[in-house]
Design a protein. Structure first.
Length: 244
């Protein structure tokens, strides 16, 4: 089975690590990729071809894992094929409908939790979702429904909470540091949030700061899809993310 990866960031890198099988071959390209992406590809057990068009020629599955802003354009370029087309970008149900109109065998996907954990959860929706159940051998796969958009909607609903909370956490952490109470800050929060709160909080802070541009795009998708009048905290979080 050939799986073509359009885009090669953290998601694709870890998918390759998780799906170890002699029956699966990953294919990608360094076409128009950054130096950091090319380095990431070189560290992976993946076949590299000259172009993404070449990568999808014999693909059974195409995985799009880029950014919300690129998702539709990628579908236009590489989705006109008989392969299963799985989108793992953090996009709105409206965007998944656009992609569904462009590709033949679309599956709406959302990774919940950290992709670099030992067993991340992959939520799927769409009529072709059951064709990807074999991935359950390598990670936890859950099919929500046969409706395109349900997986993306669930991911967005989660993001309204987690990304807004991450921004609040950064603000509180910075205040604690400026007061010289960084250790005590984590200590008192650990009383209610659990013994591993400090480790998880610092990881969340670091991830948010490193990925602020992508997370901003995800929040913009949320505000475009839902009634923004009901999402004051999300709007505030977006404005703050753009300052990082």
């Amino acid at each position: 089975m050939n799986i073509a990866l359009i885009g090669f960031g953290k998601v694709s890198y870890n998918m390759v690590k998780l799906i170890q099988s002699p029956n699966v071959k990953f294919i990608t390209s360094t076409q128009d990729r950054s130096k950091n992406t090319i380095e990431l590809i070189s560290q992976s057990n993946v076949e590299v071809v000259e172009s993404f068009n070449q990568a999808i020629e014999n693909a059974d599955i195409i995985i799009s894992a880029n950014s919300p802003a690129q998702a539709v354009d990628v579908a236009k370029k590489y989705g006109n094929t008989d392969a299963i087309y799985l989108d793992l970008n953090n996009i709105s149900p409206k965007t998944t409908d656009e992609i569904n109109a462009l590709v033949n065998n679309f599956v709406d996907g959302a990774i919940i939790g950290k992709i670099d954990s030992d067993n991340p959860v992959l939520y799927l929706s769409g009529e072709n979702a059951d064709k990807l159940l074999f991935l359950n051998e390598f990670l936890n796969v859950k099919i929500i429904s046969d409706r395109i958009g349900d997986a993306s909607n669930l991911k967005m609903l989660r993001s309204t909470y987690t990304k807004s909370l991450s921004v609040l956490l950064i603000e509180s952490y910075n205040l604690a540091k400026s007061s010289g109470l960084e250790d005590e800050f984590f200590e008192v929060l650990s009383l209610t949030e659990g013994d591993d709160f400090k480790q998880k909080a610092l990881s969340r802070i670091n991830n948010t700061l490193k990925s602020s541009k992508r997370k901003s795009e995800e929040l913009e998708e949320i505000l475009q899809y839902y009634d923004s009048d009901e999402l004051e905290m999300v709007k505030t979080a977006l404005n703050k993310l753009k300052q990082f």
